[in-house]
Design a binder for this molecule. Structure first.
Ligand code: GNR
Ligand code: NI
Length: 191
């Protein structure tokens, strides 16, 4: 298992349509392991392979989220997930994305979905979800098609956030979270 760096917008790899998995083999299972580790470390409730620069239709989710509360952890790994059915009813959730750090906005999506996929053993399965899991599955499947949650918000808000991250990337000043701990650095150096 290993932690993988998470790509940040405007990385073009986040805008590509990912390739279907041919078979859920040892390499795909290793990828799923790395993705779960990376997701829990972030921490996040979902992760799609393109977010770590891997061009495969693989996602992981765990909306139980509390990593330490292992009794509650419900990790799901899905290869070639597809939405088979979506409810007419919609729901509104404030979404965030590990590839768009520290930006949150409300998104309307179908409230419930049925998703077909291949599990870790390569078996065809279906899951019906509502609530946060339904939102998360749709958010992750979007990633496999190069779609980000900001594509579901207003043009103005989207333009603003994209511009901010483009500027940060250009000035080679990636948006970083403050260090939680570690040796003190000079204040000027931390700018
Ligand atoms: O950690 C995440 N939280 C989240 C909250 C609301 C809706 C979707 C998500 S997914 C996100 C992790 C991520 O970026 N997955 O692609
Ligand atoms: Ni995301």
């Amino acid at each position: 298992m290993s932690l993988r760096p998470i790509l940040i917008i405007p990385d073009p790899r986040l805008r590509m349509v990912a390739k279907p998995v041919v078979a859920v083999d040892a390499a795909v299972r290793a990828l799923m392991d790395d993705m779960l580790e990376t997701m829990y470390d972030a921490p996040g409730i979902g992760l799609a392979a393109p977010q770590i620069g891997v061009d495969s239709r693989v996602i992981v989710v765990d909306v139980a989220k509390r990593r330490d509360d292992s009794a509650r952890a419900e990790p799901l790994s899905l290869a070639n997930p597809e939405i088979l059915w979506a409810s007419e009813e919609t729901s509104l959730y404030e979404e965030g994305c590990l590839s768009i750090p520290d930006y949150y906005e409300e998104v309307t999506r179908p409230a419930a979905v049925r998703v077909g996929y291949l599990d870790v053993d390569g078996r065809r399965r279906e899951i019906e979800a509502d609530g946060l899991l339904a939102t998360c599955l749709q958010h992750e499947i979007d990633h496999l098609n190069g779609v980000l949650f900001i594509d579901h918000i207003s043009r103005l808000k989207r333009a603003r956030v994209i511009k901010k991250f483009e500027k940060a990337a250009k000035h080679d000043a990636p948006v970083r979270k403050p260090r939680a701990s570690g040796p003190a650095h000079g204040a000027a150096e931390d700018l």
